[in-house]
Design a protein around this ligand. Structure first.
Ligand SMILES: Cc1ncc(COP(=O)(O)O)c(C=O)c1O
Length: 403
């Protein structure tokens, strides 16, 4: 057993105060295990939400709004923009303007809208697999074709294959690149140099870049994340469309509130004309009430959460260090650990190994890329006791297999 530095006292307090048992709460993660994995007893380490209650201020704001008892059509108050913009400015140095922002009921919904808006049936759309699987679904479900420029994985971790990206842009007619930043599932925070290269290629070949920045706040080291809105001092601001939401940061996914940020006025006009043919959403009232309180008051809560995630990652990494063949990707951003179980577990035995031998429910690498058949993704935004259990079960079973 490896010894990991103790969880500090204030993080222990955070876990004690905010951790909840989500069984029997209609939680997808906990209560759909039978339906999704055929076994309700698995320990769920899949889907990207958490076992932590949102900050107290968020719950108070929601309670107060619910007490009003009227839920008619609503406006987004200026105070929302203030709180949202201040968070973006303080955390990431992004200066936003009110007229750039459109609302949606989720980033995945926006991905589907982006594909419909920016491409035509039969078009090829570029993504960098392995990547969050709704990217591919949004393309395929809209009768477009997925063209993956696969990320490279080597000793130095995951990287963009710029040569292949340029070749693809040169030899295919590509209108849209859907980009993930920070990148789920490989945990990369792209450097400014990498982002500039991607943006310059998109500009050169006339490819629209849509950047999904939903994980922007999860930085292992603060200040690492750069939005495509701000790289090269904002040189590419008018080129890009950015999708964000407070839902990953503050565990608000079911409140259905997300942002579409479009700085360029012509693109915005085109988007507005398009989106009204799909839905004329006013967004989610309670989602916005929660988000405003979270942006305004949730910083200290969030920084503790980041501490717990860092601790959980160290537990996983050190426990699996006993089996050096198994690779755990660097966690620069997101709260999702991408682990390659090859060469110990063969692709065709992965499900049995994870579910039957280890009793875990995970996201499988094959969901993110057809090539990643020996990978699993583990969610670390949870009570450390679950991460310790998952890591111990994996280590024990891997050692057993190795014998
Ligand atoms: C990269 C990425 N985009 C979008 C989402 C989901 O966004 P939403 O719940 O707003 O549809 C997730 C959830 O895990 C994600 O990882």
């Amino acid at each position: 057993m490896f010894v990991v530095a103790e969880l500090s006292r204030d993080l222990q307090e955070f876990v004690a105060n905010y951790s909840v048992d989500r069984r029997n709460t209609d939680s997808l993660k906990w209560d759909a295990l039978q339906e999704r994995y055929g076994d309700p007893t698995l320990l769920p380490m899949w889907v990207a939400d958490m076992e932590f209650q949102t900050p107290v201020a968020v719950r108070q704001a929601l309670t107060e709004r619910v007490q009003q008892g009227v839920f008619g059509y609503s406006l987004t108050p200026d105070s929302y923009y203030e709180a949202f913009f201040q968070w973006q400015k303080e955390r990431h140095g992004i200066t936003l303007q009110k007229d750039w922002v459109r609302f949606d009921t989720g980033v995945v919904n926006s991905l589907y809208a982006m594909v419909k808006w920016l491409t035509d049936p039969g078009d090829e759309v570029v993504i960098l697999q392995p990547v969050y699987y709704p990217f591919a679904n949004a393309i395929k479900d809209n009768d477009r074709k997925v063209l993956s420029v696969d990320l490279l994985s080597g000793d130095k971790g995951w990287a963009i294959d710029f040569e292949a990206l340029e070749k693809t842009f040169k030899h295919h007619t590509i209108k849209l690149l859907i980009f993930c930043s920070p990148h789920n599932p490989v945990g990369r925070i792209w450097t400014e140099a990498e982002l500039v290269k991607v943006l310059a290629l998109c500009r050169q070949y006339g490819v629209q870049l849509v950047s999904d920045e939903i994980h922007q706040d999860y930085e292992a080291e603060l200040g690492q994340f750069k939005s495509v809105l701000t790289v090269a001092d904002g040189t590419y601001q008018d080129d890009v469309i950015v999708l964000t939401a407070p839902s990953k940061t503050f565990n608000l996914a079911a409140l259905l509130n997300s942002h579409v940020i479009i700085p360029d006025p012509d693109k915005r006009e085109s988007y507005d004309a398009f989106i009204k043919t799909i839905h004329q959403t006013e967004g989610s009232l309670l989602g916005r009430v929660a988000a405003e309180a979270a942006y305004r008051h949730g910083g200290p809560w969030f920084d503790k959460l980041r501490g717990v995630i860092a601790y959980n990652y160290s537990v996983l990494k050190e426990t699996l260090a006993e089996i050096p063949e198994v690779k755990v990707a660097d966690l620069q951003g997101t709260y999702l650990a991408y682990v390659d179980l090859a060469p110990i577990v063969p692709a065709d035995g992965l499900t049995d190994f994870v579910q039957k031998a280890c009793g875990l429910a995970v996201d499988y690498g094959a969901w993110f890329s057809p090539k990643d058949k020996t990978y699993i993704r583990l969610n670390l935004a949870t009570d450390p006791k679950y991460v310790a259990t998952a890591a111990d079960r994996l280590a024990e079973q891997l050692k057993f297999r190795k014998k």
